[in-house]
Design a protein around this ligand. Structure first.
Ligand SMILES: [Zn+2]
Length: 268
């Protein structure tokens, strides 16, 4: 049977630790721990949060800091980016997190191909460190929302195919990149044709966009609609973790849950 997990980006309580049981009480299945502005959590706390998550049967992922550019003009910024992602992965190991989501790079003045090669080199290096350290977490570069950023669907699929890393599909970002158009079946076809995946990690919200791409995440209001995505996932029997990045966080997850239940899906 297909396994769907829904939950918010960030804790629904005043701390990450307290948030875990709250996610459970809300009837949700997962949450993404946010290291958006830096990895301040210590390994000890990460371990405690991980134990609590196990007890509550909540699956965890994490979002690495936003301040990352694996194709920077300045080598020290690349090293700092790698350090931020690897610090996140170390905490992720103690959290028992499935994957570390990150926004890989900006093109700046570089050609697309050169940027891709730089990102690929950095991802390969980080995967080696993750393996050597015995961490079970997987790197999940995210599809980004702006044309100035590396991370179109094709680039993300290619990166995953060439390195063996995982990926995070942010549908709001793809919708913003495509100026308010989205074809879920086509997106999932392209991923499933290129990568042998049985589970997909994704972000969902609604979004305001400009010609440059994303502007602001919005609550669910049909732009893009969620129900056709839920249908596709159920029809394909594709296991999915869907993190709500709506401004109302867990309330967005509950709306998604309601839509899945209307389609006949029963959450465990
Ligand atoms: Zn996202």
């Amino acid at each position: 049977m297909v396994r769907i997990k829904l939950g918010p980006a960030g804790s629904p309580a005043s701390s990450t630790l307290e948030g875990i049981s709250k996610v459970r009480e809300l009837g949700l299945q997962c949450t993404e721990v946010q290291f958006s502005h830096g990895v301040v959590m210590k390994n000890d706390l990460a371990r405690k949060v991980g134990e609590e998550a196990k007890k509550c049967n909540i699956s965890l992922s994490l979002h690495a800091p936003y301040y990352v550019n694996l194709a920077s003009e300045e080598p020290e910024k690349i090293s700092a980016s790698i350090r931020r992602i690897l610090d996140s992965c170390e905490r992720g190991h103690y959290l028992g997190a499935t994957c570390a989501v990150f926004h890989p790079a900006y093109f700046g003045k570089r050609e697309k191909e050169e940027t891709h090669n730089m990102v690929r080199t950095a991802v390969t290096r980080m995967m080696e460190t993750i393996n050597e350290s015995g961490w079970k977490i997987r790197l999940a570069p995210e599809t980004t929302g702006k044309h100035s950023a590396y991370g179109s669907l094709d680039e993300t699929i290619r990166l995953s195919a060439e390195t063996g890393c995982s990926l995070c599909v942010d549908f709001a970002h793809l919708y913003a990149r495509n100026q308010g158009r989205i074809d879920y079946a086509d997106i999932l076809d392209r991923i499933q044709d290129a990568l042998k995946i049985r589970h997909l990690h994704m972000h969902f919200s609604n979004i305001e966009w400009t010609l440059k791409g994303e502007k602001k995440h919005l609550v669910l209001d049909g732009r893009p609609p969620f129900e056709p995505l839920a249908r596709e996932l159920l029809d394909r029997k594709l296991d999915a973790t869907i993190i709500s990045e709506t401004p109302d966080t867990w309330r967005g997850s509950l709306k998604m849950k309601h839509i899945f239940e209307k389609l006949g899906y029963r959450f465990q």
